[in-house]
Design a protein around this ligand. Structure first.
Ligand SMILES: C[S@@+](CC[C@H](N)C(=O)[O-])C[C@H]1O[C@@H](n2cnc3c(N)ncnc32)[C@H](O)[C@@H]1O
Length: 290
């Protein structure tokens, strides 16, 4: 969109500072999103499309609509408009190396002594992260499907969760998957698309979940991936989230976060930095397992 487009649409739909603040407050209280004043042009350009789609001509009207009980879908449209779903297979590759070399052998040992193996991809977008985890699990533990190993993959956006469940991607994305895995766990779907095969699919449960709400499970998880999600939240919300992840992790469990994120606040006391954006929860007594 060019600058002249923006001023043209601005003429159509006025957007005052107080409109912006009201949207920012709603985004903060409902989804934990942090919309700095500098985001005003971006918020305008994304949301004015929603107003047009709903045939609404002012932001106060749009806010009234967003606050209506029966407008859950529009609130989800709002979050889709204000966040990005950018993701890829084996994004931030070093996390998958730590998963394979450290976290999975530990999880396998725990399973050997009767425990469950649980991994969570929180903010999974269209699923590439969860399928990358599943392929790494299968590569390391070939009979994972017959063991008590499960991957939970969640996102706030129901449309993106449906895409993740479908597990179909354009052929151009194949290059992100190491060749030996590509041969074993992907299938050609059409001239332009491939799909994930049953073995990785069967390890994953996809579900809708807003990380700001109560979580309908107790864990514990051996590994949590929450990457490039907290970047949208203010510091207080991030710190609360890190602490909730800390509680959900098994002692010795791993947390992987996005390249521009850092664990700060109370959780930093018991999550030990073990590499780039990688953390491990201290065993009880404040020590890591040797
Ligand atoms: C940039 S994608 C990251 C995908 C993947 N984790 C990665 O790093 O490639 C961010 C995802 O976070 C999701 N998201 C944003 N706010 C959320 C919230 N409050 N609860 C759950 N998911 C949220 C968005 O819907 C989006 O799919």
């Amino acid at each position: 969109m060019t600058t002249s487009d923006v001023s043209h649409t601005t003429k159509d739909i006025p957007f005052s500072d107080s409109d912006f603040r009201a949207i920012a407050e709603l985004a903060q209280s409902a989804f934990g999103l942090n919309l700095a004043e500098s985001k005003k042009p971006l918020v305008y350009s994304r949301l004015s499309k929603r107003l047009k789609a709903r045939a609404i001509s002012t932001f106060p009207e749009y806010l009234d609509l967003l606050n209506r009980q029966d407008e859950r879908d529009e609130r989800l449209e709002l979050i889709s408009a204000l966040t990005t779903n950018v993701t890829s297979f084996f994004r931030e590759k070093h996390h998958f190396e730590t998963l394979r070399n450290d976290a999975l052998p530990q999880m396998q040992a725990n399973i050997g002594s009767g425990k469950r193996g649980r991994i969570w991809s929180a903010g999974c977008s269209s699923g590439q992260e969860a399928y990358s985890i599943a392929m790494t699990v299968l590569e390391t533990i070939p009979d994972a499907g017959r063991k008590n190993i499960k991957i939970l993959a969640t996102d706030i956006d129901p449309k993106i969760v449906e895409r993740a469940k479908l597990g179909e991607y354009p052929n151009e994305e194949l290059t992100g998957i190491p060749e030996q895995m590509r041969k074993k766990w992907t299938e050609s779907k059409s001239e332009t698309n491939f799909s994930m095969s049953d073995a990785p699919r069967n390890l994953i449960t996809f579900a809708e979940l807003n990380l700001m709400t109560e979580w309908p499970f107790k864990g514990p998880f051996d590994v949590i991936f929450c990457r490039n999600v907290a970047i949208y939240f203010n510091q207080e919300t991030q710190q609360r989230l890190w602490d909730r992840f800390r509680e959900m992790l098994t002692p010795g469990g791993y947390l992987f976060i996005g390249h521009s994120e850092r664990v700060t606040g109370p959780a930093a006391q018991s999550l030990n930095g073990i590499g780039i954006t990688s953390y491990q929860k201290f065993e009880s007594g404040g020590r890591l397992a040797s």
